[in-house]
Design a protein around this ligand. Structure first.
Ligand SMILES: [Zn+2]
Length: 494
């Protein structure tokens, strides 16, 4: 029988290190020989990512498809399936295309021959999806996979917000509150305080877990629940469990912690930090947070990039920042937003584009979320095939799971980005924001230092400081203030 081989090497580091084209070819030929098949031609795509480049842009692959069609080739040998594509969607499209010509894929290292029932199982795993599942399975399995299998028997109790326990199938299922859970995550990751989040939910008449009004405590409880990070409680201890979907990725969790700590650091009333902008100021040169430092014998307050503060002068040499000046300038600027037409213009713009755009975004998000569910379901089936039904070797599992992982991460990123865009055209939100701005202007001067700080934090996402200006990132857009001078390494804004 005649076959062709396909070799892909990308610039991604892990690929370059491990699988050279020569190694791939050698392995392909070896395996084909075992199957008494002659590889008549090798097609290559070198330095092309199997992840970011759509497969139709790969000339080697496209030539190969032509060749297969013209020469009635029945098998394509690859080093591993990831060579064909790291994106499940592309992978399925390629194999569908091949199927049209009666051609199937053989992976030399994974020993998957798609013309066999075993090989078909893999395609079916990839195709048959519809439920939620946890990520980083490999970590779970390294840990103690028997424990996790045991944990399939969840001992009941109150299912976490956003999920219901399906007794028949022994698994958690998303329920009607899941959307709200994602909203809370989204806002928390974007540094909204718990109070602001609960207000937001109440304004939208979304019911709390108890079916009533949201409190900041309720929001905080959700953010801290280890279930959403993939843990279940068992015998009084926390275990990573494939049953608990990782709604919060490690990056989300890092942000959430940072967010919650921001308020913890305020300390009890009266002991509040007098520094209005800590936690908001970001060094424009190196992207790290800015902290307070008392300078000289007069102990003047300066904000300083934390890299510099910690002595990493080689990493960053940004200017110090006159604290009183930047604080006054930011307050004045926020107050001015209600007087200038800044917000009104944002509303006008949003009104122009909002409805069709929001609908587009919504359906795109829905589409991607469905795809994500499929991927997650695929992971679950793979897991079960490997560790419960034992139809799949662990080596194969790791390889396949990696493909799923990468696809999942890509989808999650895209969804996150779309939610961000949704916020930008969400008119109700902008109206709420405008109201909050007006309140700010009216009452700010009457507030305690601590309350002032909270008020600024609830209106501003972050402030990035450069030498010539500071960019204030608001949830509805960005605005700039110009610096007034830079004297002996200290930057002034007033
Ligand atoms: Zn810096």
């Amino acid at each position: 029988m005649y076959a062709v081989g396909y070799v892909r090497q990308s610039k991604e580091r892990k690929d370059r290190e491990s699988i050279s084209p020569e190694t791939q070819i050698e392995k392909i030929k070896q395996f084909a020989k075992l199957q008494e098949t002659k590889v008549v031609k090798i097609f290559r795509d070198i330095d092309i990512s199997g992840f970011r480049v759509h497969y139709s842009k790969r000339t080697g692959l496209m030539d190969m498809l032509e060749y297969i069609k013209a020469n009635n080739i029945k098998k394509v040998y690859v080093y591993n399936l990831a060579r064909l594509s790291r994106r499940i969607k592309d992978f399925l499209e390629i194999t569908n295309e091949l199927e049209k010509y009666g051609c199937s894929v053989v992976s030399a290292t994974e020993m998957i021959d798609m013309s066999t029932p075993q090989g078909r199982l893999f395609r079916n795993i990839m195709l048959s999806f519809n439920e939620y599942y946890s990520d980083s399975l490999s970590a779970t399995i390294h840990d103690n996979h028997m424990k996790n299998v045991e944990l399939k028997k969840w001992n009941g109790g109150h299912a976490p917000f956003g999920f219901s326990w399906n007794k028949a199938d022994q698994k958690f299922e998303k329920n009607k509150d899941y959307e709200t859970l994602l909203l809370i995550r989204e806002k928390a990751v974007n540094m909204w305080g718990v109070k602001k989040i609960s207000n937001h939910l109440n304004r939208r008449n979304i019911l709390s877990p108890n079916g009533g009004k949201w409190t900041s405590q309720a929001v905080k409880y959700i953010l801290l629940n280890p279930f959403y990070r993939g843990y279940l409680q068992y015998d009084g201890k926390l275990y990573e469990s494939p049953l608990a979907p990782k709604v919060f990725s490690p990056e989300d969790w890092e942000k959430i912690q940072e967010n919650l700590n921001r308020y913890v650091n305020l300390g009890p009333r009266g002991k509040a930090t007098p520094h209005l902008l800590t936690g908001l100021l970001v060094c424009g040169a190196c992207n790290s947070r800015m902290e307070i430092r008392y300078n000289g014998s007069n102990r003047v307050r300066r904000y300083i990039c934390s890299n510099r503060q910690n002595g990493f002068v080689d990493k960053c040499s940004s200017s110090l920042l006159d604290a009183d000046g930047i604080e006054q300038a930011v307050i004045k600027h926020i107050k001015s937003l209600t007087i200038t037409r800044y917000i009104d213009q944002i509303i006008e713009e949003a009104q122009k584009i909002s409805r069709p755009k929001a609908n587009d975004l919504k359906s795109e998000i829905r589409h991607l979320e469905r795809e994500l569910e499929k991927v997650i379901q695929g992971q679950k089936e793979l897991y079960e095939e490997t560790f419960i039904r034992k139809n799949v070797t662990k080596e194969r599992f790791y390889e396949m799971n990696r493909i799923f992982e990468e696809e999942r991460q890509r989808l999650e990123e895209e969804i996150k980005e779309l939610y961000k865009q949704m916020n930008a055209v969400d008119i109700t939100y902008i109206f709420d924001y405008k109201e909050e701005l007006e309140n700010f202007s009216t009452v700010f001067d009457a507030l305690s230092k601590e309350e002032q700080r909270t008020a600024i934090h609830s209106l501003v996402d972050k402030i990035v400081v450069h030498d010539e200006c500071a960019t204030i990132h608001l949830p509805v857009g960005k605005t700039k203030i110009k610096s007034t001078s830079n004297k002996r390494g200290t930057l002034y804004f007033m």
